[in-house]
Design a protein around this ligand. Sequence first.
Ligand SMILES: *[C@@H]1O[C@H](CO)[C@@H](O)[C@H](O)[C@H]1NC(C)=O
Ligand SMILES: *[C@@H]1O[C@H](CO)[C@@H](O)[C@H](O)[C@H]1NC(C)=O
Ligand SMILES: *[C@@H]1O[C@H](CO)[C@@H](O)[C@H](O)[C@H]1NC(C)=O
Ligand SMILES: *[C@@H]1O[C@H](CO)[C@@H](O)[C@H](O)[C@H]1NC(C)=O
Ligand SMILES: *[C@@H]1O[C@H](CO)[C@@H](O)[C@H](O)[C@H]1NC(C)=O
Ligand SMILES: *[C@@H]1O[C@H](CO)[C@@H](O)[C@H](O)[C@H]1NC(C)=O
Length: 708
Amino acid sequence: MSVFRTARTSFILWFLLYVLVCECLPLSDSDTVMHGELHSPQYPEPYPPNALEQWDLTVPEGFQIRLTFTHLDIEASDGCYYDSLTVLHNGKLLWKFCGNENSGDGNHPGHQPILSPGNSLTLIFQSDDSNPERHQNVGFFAHFQAIDVDECSAPETGNGPLCSQICLNTLGSYLCACHHGYELRSDKSTCVLTCGDGIFDEPEGHLSSPGYPNLSPYSLSCQYVISVKNGFTVSLNFSDIFHIESVDSENGPHCLHHWLQVTLPNKEPVKLCGKKSPGLIDTNSSSVTLEYHTDNEGMSKGWSLDYSTGRMKCPMPGSVTRGRVTPSMTEYFYRDHIYVRCDQGYKLMMNTQEIKTFSTVCQSNGQWHLPLPECHIIDCGDPEPLLNGGVTFLSGSQNQYLSLVQYHCNEPFYSLEGDQNVTFTCEADRQWRSNDLAVTKPTCLPVCGQPTQEIRDFLRIFGGKDAPQNTIPWQVLLTVGSGRGGGIIIADKWIMTAAHVLAHKGQQVSKDLVKMYVGGTEVGAMINSPLYAESVHVHPGYDSVDDLSYNNDIALIKLGNPLTFRAAVMPVCLPAKDSSYTTGKIGLVSGFGLVNDNGSRILTNRMKYVQLPLVDRKKCNDSFNLLKERKHKVPHLTNNMFCAGTPEGGKDACQGDSGSPFTLTENKQFWVAGIVSWGVDCGLAGAYGVYTKVVEYLDWINRTMQEN
Ligand SMILES: *[C@@H]1O[C@H](CO)[C@@H](O)[C@H](O)[C@H]1NC(C)=O
Ligand SMILES: *[C@@H]1O[C@H](CO)[C@@H](O)[C@H](O)[C@H]1NC(C)=O
Ligand SMILES: *[C@@H]1O[C@H](CO)[C@@H](O)[C@H](O)[C@H]1NC(C)=O
Ligand SMILES: *[C@@H]1O[C@H](CO)[C@@H](O)[C@H](O)[C@H]1NC(C)=O
Ligand SMILES: *[C@@H]1O[C@H](CO)[C@@H](O)[C@H](O)[C@H]1NC(C)=O
Ligand SMILES: *[C@@H]1O[C@H](CO)[C@@H](O)[C@H](O)[C@H]1NC(C)=O
């Protein structure tokens, strides 16, 4: 007996412990408690007389006790009157056993287990003292085991079924469950229609009113929330069968007692009712709240819908003037990109900033992340200015795309290189481009030897005539210290003169002593604005230590600043390589040298000129030979010199004219044939002036100008 008391105690303890943890019942790890064995005293020895032993077996609620006898051998008697094993439940006699399996007497339980009606059993074994013959009954041995009760299959009680819909047996207990669309009430046994539970976040789904298409229950207030991913919108597709009680009014059905309210974020809720299905509702929202309301009367069959999701739509982006939006679609959705490109000659502008490329994306909120840019016409900036020239617009304006400009030079002093009309167009790459691919930049070249004023009557210098303004614009007045000479403008930075003006007894003068004056015919008018030499280049072959050798009497002076040519200042042309110095040709000599003033020689203050013919070399040599015989000191005449003058004398270049030009004309263009070099006396009859023959120095001039 004590064995079982112990067992029950621990069992109850365990059970309490278990209840604290969960509401289920124990499983098989309760071996020691959920089953056991019992036997008669002294078993398997025969039981003693006058024995009385009681076992109270209890297993947890929801379990039954199964008792299995492995052996039962109790003295058989009618009604088991003498010795017996009595089985009771809650004080009520269930069975009384005696006998053995082979005897026909008594009441043997057999080999089938017996089952307690509840979770407890009481067993009482007793033997009497009668011992007519010493019997050898060994009593009984039995196993017991707690087994689960199938509450669900139990017959209905007066209170109706355990579960109103579905009963699920569990170990030691049972659970109630409900059919789809219903939910278990708090009594844990009855089911009610569910409505609108939870959030619908799948991309598509189905919703319907409770009981649809049967009548909806009363007093419903069901809320359905459809909430899908950002960037996606919900479309509601109502089935054709739609029926929500409404009150007809002039303005159609009025949702007074029953309704389905559709609420979108930041929008006024809309109530639906009536008998006509709303069909498809495209909400353009990623979340929709539906609220189905019925009151406690009336009739609505309800509604049913399928919802689906699509990408959020963005507004049409519009168009860009002078640009193209791609790709072009009828609708644009979340994650769609669009690009804008401007037409040729136009640039993308955003907030006054130029941008290289543009794209925008339809965002999850249904908005484009950037507004469209604008296309503005490009411009090439001002065309590059042209030195000694200019630019005129032929068409277009403000240097914009396709503007056409033409360069021109300041006529008649400059002309375009190549003498072509060059136009430049503002291209899409913002560069001005020439119509002539060979020309990248026009250049204005000075026009040489073409003065704006002509000399009509030629006279002499020494005994010559004042040169009218602008007739000999290449004539330079040159001073070296107190000495005076002449010079010739041959380029905007170059003055040509005679070597002996800049070198004395083999010594080149300092360039700082050299001052030049241009643009006038009056010394007084020019003297206050001298030009300075940047460098002085005497011909390396010039060597006149004895003042008798004037070979290579040529020098070049580079100006510090270039001249800008105008009527009063223009260059003279250099000789062509094949220029001819034909005897008898009339040349023009000019200068600011000594003049014959009524018999006396004075330095002139006005530019003078004289017309002189080229003289035959032999004739000239002969005249000098003659002078030599008359003990004159006469320099050597070389092939780098030529003579000009008249046999009768009186017209000549003289001191102060050195370095000045002797020009010839060809096609109305003056070219510098000679540089005033030397003579014997001035205007002496029978003697001629000698000039440096410039054509012999073209290479040296070219090289000197290029190298400096
Ligand atoms: C809406 O549902 C009906 C069937 O109920 C179907 O025929 C129709 O194509 C659906 N409409 C859309 C836009 O999905
Ligand atoms: C959709 O809704 C978004 C805001 O959520 C709005 O910006 C957009 O313009 C709407 N699209 C259409 C086509 O109505
Ligand atoms: C150059 O252009 C000017 C003005 O545009 C025009 O008068 C002239 O005839 C053109 N000359 C040539 C050679 O095309
Ligand atoms: C030139 O000189 C002569 C005398 O030598 C003189 O009579 C004459 O007046 C002078 N002429 C001029 C214009 O000075
Ligand atoms: C000039 O004449 C002299 C003497 O007759 C002669 O030696 C010299 O070669 C001549 N020079 C020229 C350039 O004719
Ligand atoms: C000057 O020299 C360059 C090459 O050094 C040549 O191209 C050019 O034609 C020359 N000019 C003259 C006028 O000789």
